[in-house]
Design a protein around this ligand. Structure first.
Ligand code: SF4
Length: 153
């Protein structure tokens, strides 16, 4: 079983109401069972929703610091949405564990799904999303999928 960011499977769950369908993901999941989930939706955030950014976090450890309560996620109005992000990430991580997931293909440049600890993505983004942190803590391999630029605003 492979966990995949729901937006990479074509589900319109991004903050802007769009999706990030990925041909690369379709190649990688051939013949595999897939669990397609969006942690922000499971955390109770609507679609569309205001984008959120990390505050007070260390690059590459942002997600684990939000889970630990020593950093936060603020939306563009400055509202602290950390609780919803953590709730959703932990819910997805539990479903992944219960389903025997060993590999997660997660979308880049997301405060939930991002995983770029060395800052190698030329288009920027966080080093570690909240979901990536929760999955890595459970020993699940996380791979960043760089979504097609045309799907970004
Ligand atoms: S990147 Fe992750 S949190 Fe953002 S829309 Fe896709 S699945 Fe949801």
């Amino acid at each position: 079983m492979i966990l995949v960011s729901a937006c990479l499977m074509g589900q319109p769950v991004r903050y802007d109401g769009r999706h990030s369908w990925s041909a690369r993901v379709q190649e990688l999941i051939q013949g595999q069972q897939v669990l397609a989930l969006c942690p922000e939706v499971l955390g109770g955030l609507g679609t569309p929703r205001p984008p959120a950014r990390f505050a007070g976090a260390t690059f590459g450890r942002e997600g684990q610091e939000v889970i630990a309560g020593i950093a936060s996620l603020l939306d563009e109005q400055g509202i602290d949405v950390s609780g919803s992000f953590v709730k959703g990430a932990l819910a997805v991580a539990k479903l992944a564990r219960d389903s025997g997931v060993r590999l997660a293909l997660l979308k880049d440049r997301s405060p939930s799904c991002g995983w770029d600890p060395r800052g190698e993505n030329p288009r920027g983004g966080p080093g570690q999303g909240v979901l990536s942190a929760a999955l890595l803590a459970q020993g699940i391999e996380v791979r960043e999928i760089r979504a097609a630029a045309k799907y970004h605003p």
